[in-house]
Design a protein around this ligand. Structure first.
Ligand SMILES: *[C@@H]1O[C@H](CO)[C@@H](O)[C@H](O)[C@H]1NC(C)=O
Ligand SMILES: *[C@@H]1O[C@H](CO)[C@@H](O)[C@H](O)[C@H]1NC(C)=O
Ligand SMILES: *[C@@H]1O[C@H](CO)[C@@H](O)[C@H](O)[C@H]1NC(C)=O
Ligand SMILES: *[C@@H]1O[C@H](CO)[C@@H](O)[C@H](O)[C@H]1NC(C)=O
Ligand SMILES: *[C@@H]1O[C@H](CO)[C@@H](O)[C@H](O)[C@H]1NC(C)=O
Ligand SMILES: *[C@@H]1O[C@H](CO)[C@@H](O)[C@H](O)[C@H]1NC(C)=O
Ligand SMILES: *[C@@H]1O[C@H](CO)[C@@H](O)[C@H](O)[C@H]1NC(C)=O
Ligand SMILES: *[C@@H]1O[C@H](CO)[C@@H](O)[C@H](O)[C@H]1NC(C)=O
Ligand SMILES: *[C@@H]1O[C@H](CO)[C@@H](O)[C@H](O)[C@H]1NC(C)=O
Ligand SMILES: *[C@@H]1O[C@H](CO)[C@@H](O)[C@H](O)[C@H]1NC(C)=O
Ligand SMILES: *[C@@H]1O[C@H](CO)[C@@H](O)[C@H](O)[C@H]1NC(C)=O
Ligand SMILES: *[C@@H]1O[C@H](CO)[C@@H](O)[C@H](O)[C@H]1NC(C)=O
Length: 840
């Protein structure tokens, strides 16, 4: 009698609010999405959710979700849907079972007859079935596509989403697979640490660090930082961070504030979504429309398969024209080739042989790609599954076997062709321009050749004056590797090591002291390198380090800069113990801040080929004899292969975390506003003498930058200021101004950040500064995300951002918040945000 009543009572309870411990005999029905089994503090709940995007007739998933209904952290049967008659039953036998409207079992926990007493969702997001004393089943042991902060991911476990999977090898390599075979993404540990791992475990900490631990590692190795790492949620609410393998094949970190239904991407493994194998399905060709990946078919010989990214199929199958097949040619298109395909299917072959052999060769061939990148490689596709990537910058041509007649795609869009027509220039102009350019190139090459041939003689006879003359004239000197070896005494005296390679002290024959940077990881060819050198050396500004010369020989790429006696700013802001005497007074600091801002303004807005720096940090701000700030390392970001995942995810993010704008870490579009963010962080450090990402007890375990804003709101400017400056009388009005500028610069939304010239004006005090809003806006619902994100301006300035194959990992299907984020960025609106920042 009592039991019966209890049962009734508990059933009633679920209908209204939700319960914590659920007894056998309880059911959740798919048609009532208000019903739920909640965790004690209602952080997580198990409930039915309609499948997204909605299906017709509607179908539902039994899912554990975070407080606001997103993200989904676990689903029964890893996303197996049921119709509206379906239910999730905790049977009296002890099994948890998902059944269809027709009564078919869709999924079962397999816990029958183990004496199960209760099922509970706990506040870590885990569903457990217990026999009263022990847990006999846990959702943490039955992984789906998501990893929660308190969950450990070890060797042998796998995250799965559709055809994609993610796992960890026993040496700590992280890999993404398609169809359990094609390995399209890897990240391995630094070879110095991966030797001796015994049982590596991957986990995402609650503050947003993806790390690998092992009994043989004294401290965990950081794999990636979430871009909101260590940020507390708005108003102190809890932020949930999860690692999720999305159905588009990308692995991402999402952050969700408590109560929000809008998870935000904070990191993505694959920068360039089009490089995810099979993203567009079989015979789907991925390309970028603006910054969004879009899918198309190779030609009109194909038709789209209905559904989201289901690929394309031949209108006429190859069997119907055997012997008469022909090859469809696709320019600037690469058919993705990843292991295990690469080795057995790669041949050295010219472009016409690459086409011909596929057409007529023995053995199956459905398509081929000929690389025009100088390797002379031809990839043969012997499986009738092809995943393509088209971009104007891809140096390859692909061929796809089809039945005749060829029916190519129409040119991109009607709107575009119309515009092209109206702006068509007469043929003779084109010829003249081309000839002019050619002559120009010849002349430039000639100049290089000229330096190149003279220099041996010049340095041979020590014509120092001559070299100085050239130095003064601004043209970069070309050195041989030998010369630089001699100048640096065999690269003996290391001054430091930056993101692009080590820097050595050197003395030229004319006694000029120089800093020689040995570039690493430069993938661009000779020509591109010379073009970048020309761009860098065309900059002339008091606050930029001067490039004296360069060396490009074989695989050696070196840059020779003027030497800065006082080294870099970080040595003064964060002195190591042995140099604790080093210290800059406020006046110097302010001038350094202003000088740095002027240097960056010049790079963004004033020089001929404008440059986004991409790596502004105290280490890259050098000080000359008079403590004048000189920005260094600009123009180098473009030289590094943007497709080098390791560089971006390990070296830069790791090396310079704290300075990278959120959009950069989340692998979204990078513009000059990303530099503004980095500058803001540096400015805060100049004022405070502390690293912006430091977390300490003094800052209530918050990141320094977050804590500083709270103090600023309380009016505690002195609390933010470097303690070493505390006892000295200084211009507090200037300090306040600098602090306000910081917070404007580190706004999460790029459009909210001022442009650099405005920063200079604000620092100088010629412009009133409004009170900055909190750097991190509360993004509740998708709307505020888009409305504030008006534009990423200055695509014209951007050396990286403007390139059409800028990686974008915006997923069009995942969360509305993400795709809106990407859609909001429209380079054509450059002026609107310049205007918008006018009212700062
Ligand atoms: C669920 O809750 C909403 C709002 O509280 C209500 O409008 C709706 O009728 C409820 N649905 C069911 C099936 O109870
Ligand atoms: C459940 O039923 C629906 C329709 O009745 C069907 O579409 C779906 O495939 C079924 N699911 C399973 C796993 O059998
Ligand atoms: C619960 O299960 C554990 C082992 O799984 C067993 O040792 C224990 O006796 C069980 N407790 C009850 C109350 O059945
Ligand atoms: C995860 O691993 C850590 C350390 O290896 C351990 O302390 C923790 O209990 C594990 N968590 C779970 C849920 O197994
Ligand atoms: C990872 O997954 C791939 C594809 O399913 C598989 O071949 C490989 O053996 C797995 N590795 C480990 C360590 O489990
Ligand atoms: C991933 O690592 C494996 C093992 O070293 C290697 O064979 C494969 O080429 C790598 N895949 C990619 C896409 O780099
Ligand atoms: C792990 O990755 C490294 C570097 O890519 C590679 O050399 C090594 O073979 C990989 N190991 C395994 C087991 O995949
Ligand atoms: C690998 O580790 C060594 C020693 O810890 C370090 O010097 C090197 O910079 C690391 N390389 C990368 C790519 O992180
Ligand atoms: C790994 O272990 C071997 C012996 O087991 C040892 O010689 C080597 O130094 C270790 N490597 C590292 C990086 O600890
Ligand atoms: C590309 O974007 C434009 C507007 O930005 C849109 O009109 C067009 O439909 C898009 N094309 C595709 C293939 O999605
Ligand atoms: C191949 O082409 C020839 C000539 O156009 C035609 O006679 C023949 O029927 C075609 N064969 C097939 C299988 O379509
Ligand atoms: C996917 O995997 C299955 C089984 O491993 C295999 O038979 C099939 O050929 C694969 N598909 C492709 C297109 O590689």
């Amino acid at each position: 009698m009592y039991l019966n009543f209890h049962f009734l009572f508990s059933t009633l309870l679920i209908f209204t609010t939700g319960v914590t411990a659920v007894n056998p005999g309880t059911t959740l029905s798919a048609s009532n999405t208000n019903q739920s089994w909640s965790s004690p503090s209602s952080l997580f709940s198990l409930r039915f959710l309609p499948v997204d995007p909605p299906t017709s007739p509607p179908t539902f998933l039994a899912a554990i979700v975070y407080s606001g209904g997103a993200p989904i952290v676990w689903t029964a049967g890893n996303s197996l849907p049921v119709d509206s008659g379906g239910s999730l039953q905790f049977l009296t036998s002890g099994s948890l079972r998902l059944v269809n409207g027709s009564g078919t079992t869709v999924w079962d926990s397999g816990t029958a007859n183990l004496n199960a007493k209760s099922a509970t969702v706990d506040d870590s997001g885990r569903l457990v079935i217990s026999n009263g004393t022990n847990d006999i089943w846990s959702s943490f042991d039955h992984l789906t596509d998501t990893l929660l902060p308190s969950q450990n991911f070890s060797v042998g476990k796998v995250l799965k989403s559709g055809s994609y999977s993610f796992n960890l090898s026993n040496v700590g390599n992280l890999s993404l697979f398609w169809n359990d075979s094609v390995n399209f993404w890897n990240q391995s540990l630094n070879s110095t640490v991966n030797q001796n791992l015994t049982s590596p475990v991957l986990s995402l900490t609650s503050i947003g660090i993806l790390q690998l631990s092992d009994v043989n590692l004294s401290i965990p190795v950081v794999i990636a930082y979430s871009s909101d790492y260590a940020d507390a949620g708005s108003g102190g609410s809890d932020v949930l961070r999860v690692l999720k393998l999305d159905s588009d094949g990308n692995l991402r970190i999402y952050s969700t504030s408590r109560g929000s239904s809008n998870p935000i991407v904070r990191w993505a493994a694959v920068q360039d979504q089009c490089q995810v194998y099979a993203y567009c399905g079989n015979y789907g060709i991925c390309s970028y429309n603006n910054t969004n990946p879009v899918c198309g078919c190779p030609s009109k010989n194909f038709e789209m398969v209905s559904g989201v990214r289901q690929g394309c199929r031949r209108k006429v199958s190859l069997g119907d024209c055997r012997g008469n097949e022909t090859m469809l040619s696709l320019d600037h298109t690469q058919l993705l080739t990843y292991p295990p395909d690469t080795e057995s299917q790669t041949f050295f072959m010219g472009i016409s042989a690459c086409r011909g052999n596929c057409l007529s060769g023995s053995g199956a061939c459905f398509a081929s790609t000929s690389m025009s990148d100088g390797t002379g490689l031809c990839y043969i596709k012997s499986v009738d599954f092809v995943s393509g990537y088209n971009s104007p910058t891809l140096p390859s041509t692909s061929y796809v076997k089809v039945c005749p007649p060829l029916d190519p795609n129409p040119p991109p869009s009607l709107g575009e062709t119309a515009r092209e027509k109206s702006s068509r220039v007469p043929a003779w102009v084109v010829v003249a321009v081309v000839l002019g350019t050619l002559l120009g190139v010849v002349a430039i090459e000639g100049c290089f050749w000229f330096w190149c041939c003279r220099k041996t003689a010049r340095f041979g006879v020590l014509s120092a004056q001559y070299a100085l003359l050239e130095y003064a004239s601004g043209a970069p000197v070309q050195f041989t590797y030998k010369e630089l070896q001699r100048a640096t005494k065999g690269f003996k005296e290391k001054l430091g090591a930056g993101g692009f390679g080590a820097v050595y002290r050197g003395v030229l024959v004319n006694k000029t002291v120089v800093a020689v940077k040995q570039l690493e990881g430069i993938e661009q060819g000779e020509k591109q390198f010379r073009m970048e050198v020309a761009t860098i050396s065309s900059t002339h500004h008091l606050n930029l380090v001067r490039l004296i010369g360069f060396c490009s020989e074989g695989r050696h790429r070196l840059l020779v800069y003027e030497f800065m006696k006082n080294s870099s700013l970080d040595n003064f802001l964060f002195p190591k113990e042995e140099q604790s005497g080093k210290q800059l007074n406020w006046e110097y600091r302010f001038n350094i801040a202003l000088g740095t801002a002027r240097g960056i303004t010049y790079l963004h807005e004033e020089c001929r080929d404008c440059i986004v720096h991409c790596d502004i940090k105290p280490e890259n701000i050098l000080l000359d004899d008079n403590y004048v700030a000189k920005v260094s390392d600009f123009g180098l970001a473009k030289l590094v292969n943007p497709k080098d995942h390791r560089h971006r995810t390990l070296t830069s993010v790791r090396g310079t975390r704290g300075y990278l704008a959120p959009e950069w870490i989340a692998n979204l579009r990078v513009t000059s506003k990303s530099d503004v963010y980095s500058y803001g962080m540096v400015l805060l450090e100049i004022v405070s003498g502390r690293r912006n990402f430091d977390v300490s007890d003094e800052t209530n375990r918050k990141k320094f930058s977050i804590w500083a804003y709270e103090e600023f709101e309380k009016g505690n400017i002195k609390g933010i200021l470097d303690k070493r400056l505390a006892d000295i009388v200084i211009d507090m009005e200037q300090v306040t101004r600098a602090i306000k500028v910081c917070f404007w610069c580190i706004q999460e939304q790029p459009s909210q950040r001022p442009v650099m010239s405005k920063v200079v004006q604000m620092l100088e005090g010629v412009k009133e500064i409004d009170k900055p809003p909190p750097p991190k806006l509360v993004v509740e619902g998708p709307v505020s995300g888009t409305s504030t994100y008006i534009s990423s301006n200055v695509s014209a300035f951007s050396t990286i951002g403007a390139s059409p194959n800028v990686p974008s990992s915006s997923s069009s299907i995942q969360t509305s918040g993400v795709s809106n984020f990407a859609l909001g960025r429209n380079p054509e609106k450059a002026t609107s945000s310049l205007l918008q920042s006018e009212d700062l």
